[in-house]
Design a protein around this ligand. Structure first.
Ligand code: C2E
Ligand code: MG
Length: 531
């Protein structure tokens, strides 16, 4: 028996009801660094972690009968080097003392901790957050006050990360985590989901108003600049808030509602908060419905292409058409492109939709060319997602080949904003298109702020002046000046120019006066689906 005591790898001990250690085997020294003599007789405070003290005292209290047991009790003990070791205890009370075995589980506790925490900020990760959210929602059954999830996304994090480097980006995330800890209650869970996304789980709130107040506190706390790499970095955030009053709420749903609300806050320019409420819920249901119906629109032949002529403003006829997609669901009202294209863009449906428009437009234009035998171009719009995904040049080459349309009769339009957001893909695509002999155009030109430099960065043939510039010609001096600058730019760099959205005689006159040779607009000719 004595030999087994000597050889056992687990820690063996006797303890009295005050937690004082008695007999100890040599394994104690191996695991905790102290000699057996140093430990024996020491009061409980000397070896148990302060946070575990109360539980340990309760556990070791003298039981009311011989043979009482405890099982799988975990606490932390001080190692001689100052660190803490987790032990898992089993014990039985006999002859006035606890006879206990303990196993060192520090390594597995650390693994568990790592599995539940973000290594950079040491905040709980998604797994732990969702576990706590489920527990909080379960507590709502017991008549507790609402639970809220706040989804926080830093507004310019990517730009800061790209400019200052990843090390500085990491440091900023750590500072943000610290600041969030400072402004929130200890009972709130702050988690990092990855990237620049943080989530707060707050319980015991009075209601929606208090959840919004927490979000305001977060926005305010992040406004104060962060000192990073010797510079003051100001950080802004968008916060989405979702509040659960009902215990049947699903934790995943609550998180995704807060996520949706955050996107809404970001969409309205960032540095804002948004509450997920009934109207947002309705809008999302409508969007899902449109998305679902749009998936069937192509096979059900509900999509059409309308063509809007581009006309010379000196009265000498047409130079081409712009192909514009139309969706008329069977038995329902027509849905506007501004409504369904952003959804198609989000869901990748835009790629197959765009391909279909491209093929239809090429086939239609080839038929017109055969009939009219004139030099005309058909313009097809390409969205940001289409630019970023797939080989644009290859798709265009295939459409030209199958329709028999000459490359010089096709123009691909990309909006100024899409080109700025995906400058590398745009350059690749435009270079490939130029090699094929296809024309390229920058659409909605002059709507943003980077317009003047953009044509220098891409091989482009045509600029399409944004409708807002034309609309502002007669009453907005700034817009008039911008439009003038665009016309000079086009003239000096020999780019073709089209004025978009001419709706009135007065606008037509002003566009002519500006010196813009070609126009497109409801006044000249609306888009029409060929019969
Ligand atoms: P966009 O490329 O700027 O196309 C011109 C838009 O202005 C069209 O709207 C056209 O109907 C409208 N428009 C033309 N003249 C006037 C006018 O005098 N006044 C006003 N207020 N509007 C005028 P639509 O057809 O609703 O298309 C909206 C946008 O959707 C297009 O803007 C384009 O960016 C996108 N789009 C349309 N068809 C396609 C497509 O097949 N693929 C892709 N990727 N985008 C498309
Ligand atoms: Mg266009």
């Amino acid at each position: 028996m004595a030999l087994l005591f000597e050889l056992a790898g687990d820690l063996l001990a006797t303890l009295d009801g005050d937690g004082r250690l008695g007999l100890l085997n040599p394994a104690w020294e191996t695991h905790l660094g102290w000699s057996v003599d140093e430990l024996r007789g020491q009061p409980i405070e000397r070896w148990v972690h302060p946070d575990d003290l109360e539980r340990t005292r309760t556990q070791l209290h003298v039981p009311d009968h011989e043979g009482a047991r405890f099982a799988d009790f975990a606490n932390r003990l001080r190692h001689k080097d100052g660190s803490w070791r987790w032990l898992l205890w089993n014990g039985r009370y006999q002859q006035g003392a606890w006879h206990a075995t303990a196993r060192d589980i520090t390594d597995s506790m650390q693994l568990q901790r790592q599995a539940l925490h973000d290594p950079l900020t040491r905040l709980p990760n998604r797994l732990l957050l969702m576990d706590r959210a489920r527990q909080a929602l379960a507590r709502l059954h017991r008549g507790r006050t609402p639970v809220a999830i706040l989804f926080i996304d830093l507004d310019r994090f990517k730009a800061i990360n790209d400019t200052l480097g990843h090390a500085a980006g990491d440091e900023l995330l750590i500072l943000v985590a610290q600041r969030l800890r400072e402004v929130l209650r200890d009972s709130d869970t702050i988690a990092r989901l990855g990237g620049d996304e943080f989530v707060i789980l707050a319980e015991d709130l009075e209601g929606d108003a208090e959840a919004i107040a927490v979000a305001e506190r977060v926005l305010h706390a992040l406004e104060e600049p962060f000192r990073l790499a010797g510079a003051d970095i100001s950080m802004r955030a968008s916060v989405g808030v979702s509040v659960a009053h009902d215990p049947s709420t699903n934790a995943e749903d609550l998180l995704s509602e807060a996520d949706v609300a955050m996107y809404r806050a970001k969409g309205s320019g960032g540095h804002d908060l948004e509450l997920f409420d009934e109207s947002l819920r309705r809008q999302i249901a409508e969007r899902l419905d449109i998305d679902d119906r749009l998936r069937h629109a192509l096979p059900r032949q509900e999509l059409h292409v309308a063509y809007q002529p581009q006309l010379r403003l000196d009265g000498r006829g047409r130079v081409g058409w712009e192909a514009l997609v139309r969706w008329h669901p069977h038995g329902a009202l027509q849905v506007e492109p501004s409504e369904f294209l952003p959804l198609a863009e989000e869901s990748r449906l835009i790629v197959s939709l765009g391909e279909w428009v491209l093929q239809s437009a090429c086939a239609q234009a080839a038929a017109w060319l055969r009939r009219e035998r004139m030099r005309l171009t058909v313009s097809v719009n390409l969205s940001a997602r289409e630019l970023a995904e797939g080989d644009v040049t290859e798709r265009v080459r295939a459409a030209l080949q199958s329709s028999g349309l000459p490359a010089s009769a096709l123009c691909i339009e990309v909006s100024e904003q899409a080109a700025i957001d995906h400058i590398d893909s745009a350059r690749n695509a435009f270079e490939g298109l130029k090699r094929l002999g296809v024309h390229t155009a920058l659409d909605n030109f002059g709507a943003g702020s980077a317009s003047l430099t953009l044509p220098g960065l891409l091989p482009v043939d045509m600029l399409k002046l944004d409708r807002t510039l034309i609309e502002g010609l007669d009453h907005d001096r700034h817009k008039r000046a911008v439009a003038n600058a665009m016309v000079s730019l086009a003239r000096d760099t020999r780019l073709r120019l089209v004025a978009m959205g001419i709706e009135s005689e007065r606008q037509l006159k002003l566009v002519r006066k500006l010196g813009c040779p070609v126009g497109q607009g409801f006044l000249l000719a609306p888009p029409q689906v060929p019969v």
